[in-house]
Write a protein that binds this ligand. Structure first.
Ligand code: PHE
Ligand code: FE
Length: 297
């Protein structure tokens, strides 16, 4: 893939026009994807879809199907957007990579989800340090079809903007942990057992298996303030996964006003990534087998 995508001049929003330099929005250069790019998509798509029945939550599997994602070719953002617009009003926008925090919050608050336009190389199937198209599209986009999860993502963006205005860096760190342990690495309890909904897990072969089957990590019932206090790993599988009962539970917990919560969390000690506390609702206490030493993020 060597073509450069065309930069979008500016995007219109409810609050006026956001200039391109502030958003980094690019048009998906769909015709420029090489056969090798489409092949990477096909390989990863088939590998994960074979693994996920019985592992991913049903909302994820159903939505991915409803979006018409197939292994045949890298999906076109504008085609996915038709389904998203009809279901929840979300829209995908192409980006080069990770965005400044404010810009990211601003997009989410307006129901725009930034998707990296480029896909990893064939020698990076198992791991890539930064999010690429496969992680973003395969992992994050399906749940934007779910009305409750869709509202949660928008509320997160609005909450991030508010935290920046009113509460500062410590609050933002708490929100980052919340995003990490829900949107990226969340598990859900379904009638037949634990299931994955986090994008970082469903887009990873190794962690889709590990997060549910390994005896090593803790699996602990979701508690908002506990999650906001918990450090995390960026260099390995998670030491702890937090388990929600439903998206409704997650949304309800985050609908409360965080103004009194931020100072409370700031006043409490942070919890190591692998820590277990007396008040935890422990589904599984990790054996800690194979845990890396080193510091948490
Ligand atoms: N309810 C939070 C607040 O009052 C906002 C928020 C919603 C944060 C959802 C994260 C997720 O600031
Ligand atoms: Fe992600």
């Amino acid at each position: 893939m060597n073509a450069q995508p065309r930069r979008v001049e500016n995007i219109a929003t409810d609050r006026g026009v956001i200039p391109q330099y502030a958003t980094g929005v690019v048009e998906q250069p769909w015709s420029a994807y090489s056969a090798a790019d489409h092949q990477v998509w096909a390989t990863l798509f088939q590998r994960q879809r074979a693994l996920l029945p019985g592992r991913a939550c049903s909302a994820f599997l159903d939505a991915q199907h409803a979006l018409g994602m197939t292994p045949d070719a890298i999906p076109r953002f504008d085609q996915l957007n038709r389904h998203l617009r009809a279901a929840t009003g979300w829209q995908l926008i192409g980006v080069e990579g990770l965005l400044p925090e404010t810009v990211f919050f601003e997009h989410l608050a307006q129901r725009r989800f930034p998707v990296t336009w480029w896909i990893r190389r064939a020698d990076q199937l198992d791991y890539i340090a930064e999010p690429d198209l496969f992680h973003d599209l395969f992992g994050h986009v399906p749940l934007l079809m779910n009305p409750v999860f869709a509202d949660y993502m928008q509320a997160y963006g609005q909450g991030g903007l508010r935290a920046q205005r009113e509460f500062g860096a410590e609050a933002l760190l708490n929100l980052t942990r919340l995003y990490w342990y829900t949107v990226e690495f969340g598990l859900m309890r379904e009638p037949d057992g634990l299931r994955i909904y986090g994008a970082g897990i469903v887009s990873s072969k190794g962690e889709s298996i590990y997060s549910l089957a390994s005896p090593a990590p803790n699996r602990i019932g979701f508690d908002l303030e506990r999650v906001m206090r918990t450090r995390y790993r960026i260099d390995s599988y998670q030491k702890t996964y937090f388990v929600i009962d439903s998206f409704e539970q997650l949304f309800a917990a985050t609908q409360q006003d965080f103004a009194p919560i931020y100072p409370r969390v700031a006043g409490a000690e942070s919890v190591p990534a692998g820590g277990v506390l007396p008040g935890d609702r422990v589904h599984h206490r990790g054996t800690r087998e194979g845990w890396p030493e080193g510091a948490d993020a």
